[in-house]
Design a protein around this ligand. Sequence first.
Ligand code: ADP
Ligand code: MG
Length: 685
Amino acid sequence: MNQSKIHNFLIQNVSTLNGVGIKTKKLLKKKKIEKISDLLWNLPQDFVDRSNVQTLDKLEIGKITTIKVKVIKYNFPRIRNLPNKVICGDKTGKIDIIFFNCREGYIRKILPLNSLVIISGKINCYKKKYQITNPSYVVPIDKENYVNKIIPKYSLTEGLTEKIYRKLIDQVLKNITDIPEWHNNDVLKKIGNVSWLESIFYIHNNKENDLNSKFYKRLAYDEILANLLVLSQVRKRVKKFKKKIKVFDNRLSKKIISNFSFSLTSDQTKVIEEINKDLKSDFKMFRILQGDVGSGKTIVSFIAASNVIRSNWQVALMAPTEILAKQHYNLATKIFKSTDVTIKFLSGKSDLKEKKLIQENLINGKINFLIGTHALFQKNILFKNLGLIIIDEQHKFGVKQRIELSNKGGKECDILLMSATPIPRTLVLAIYGDMDISKLKEKPMHRKDIITLSKPEEKIDEILFFIKKQIKNGNQIFWICPLIEESKKLDYSAAVKKYNQLSKIFTKKVGIIHGGLEKDEKNKVLNNFLCKSINILVSTTVIEVGIDFPNANLIVIENSNKFGLSQLHQLRGRVGRGTVQGTCILLYKKNLSDNAKKRIKILKSSNDGFFIAEQDMKLRGFGDVLGYQQSGIKDFKLADPIQHEDLFKIAEQNIKDIEYDETNFKKYDFLLKLFDKVDIINQIN
Ligand code: ADP
Ligand code: MG
């Protein structure tokens, strides 16, 4: 078969394979297997060694064993619920083969009296006799090869047996032969010098197989490169758009900078310059601003906004939550005060009248700057001339959503994403390879590292004492209650309970906020906290992202071992934003696991979000790390950023070489198709 034929075969629906009827198709779909190639990516998780053929005197209970025996006698009881039994034997002994729920006729067919058969299954013992119950394989002696070997075990779903799956895999493997290599020799040598086909065959047929075998690594490398290729292509296409350059002087931005009570850090200045260069160029900006919590991303984006507004374009800023959006709005109104910039707030909860007015004034261009939640991008929200979209805390965006966003803004619209999720270096290109990257490494000058302590819950009295002192000094405190269960209701109730407890001790000084509150109530509580009429804010993790309370300097995190490292770091970043020293207290229940102890130790030792993210990835495996789940990085089916760091590095160099000469891309067409990436690239318009 040539490449395109093989490809056509691989992208066909599984139902074109022999043996896939409606039922199997449904079961496969449950495992997200729809196309034939999906079958191949579902790699075996484990193996059963059926090459272990034993005579009946050497059986071991509990072991999966293959035996060669003669069928001696049937025992089919006529009583319901009793299993059918077939007695078999070899020169050395006898064994009972037991069948539950299996018809007599079928048993007679697969185990004809006096015939020699191969049976494979787990050996157990009943009333001092060896037996195999519902054997996995029963085959005539002439088909010995079929069972006498290592059988891969896949992660499957109920109703879909290993046997069916194996047959499908064999069918697919038989159909793919002779695929031309897409990597050049140099790269091939670095990754183990095995072909894709060899690797697929090996992985689906062998026992010795781990993430670091050259066969697995070959497949993982293909996956990594396919991802980089897509991002590289996306980037190229976005860059091809010619937009009108934005023309502005620095009068407006200077004015708003002068409204700050501080001066910009040199990183902030540098990033602003990077952004300005993009705005003034004739290609579309597609940029991500990465910066740890508290590094001062928001004002950078406001300055960008001011420049775009100054050049007579509109700006939209979207935040992930209502509270955060509102806070941005409030800050923007403050720092754009005494300018002629018109700023409006829009969320799903805005009332109809307000919404209508906003719609009108967006179309006629009276609104310069719209801030809100994802409601900004509803179909009926139309701009006169949108020139910049800013997305805050975008770690929930994968490449697909970024493309959608770019399309939504249109050709003239620049895009700035902001993220506080620190990405381990290995992954930066694999996650953001489609974008230009700006970084805020330096924290604002006055910002001190947050002191992090841990305390068992029994010592809560010490903490309450500490809180009293803090309140006396006019400081404010967050008290975080974690998710108790998956259920949000329980989550709220834990927070409410804590609120009641603390209210008894600190009368009229405590407020509570959680996802179950109405908007008005939420705002009231937040305002009370902002204007210091309460000192303690009990909260679920709703305050996790972005919110800025410069006066809060203590955060207590209950049951802290329930949170991931990166999440704790984000939470901790809520305090110490003003000039007072910030403190974070991690409360824990007795008997911490080793892993939990390690996490607490890491947090105590470092305030560096980047370091913490890497440690987090190492401790938990990258798949579970907060923020990566929806970042698109989960798209990796095979590659593992921890195990395959070397492969990521090779791919980084490889993609540079490929980009150097555009004609190179063609070679990887098949690879992109294999990984289902072609559609993504074509979505850009
Ligand atoms: P993040 O990067 O987490 O979004 P913010 O933009 O919310 O950070 O900024 C955190 C706090 O630091 C805010 O109160 C902001 O006003 C303040 N800030 C930002 N830049 C500076 C600076 N250069 N000097 C001092 N404070 C700053
Ligand atoms: Mg922020």
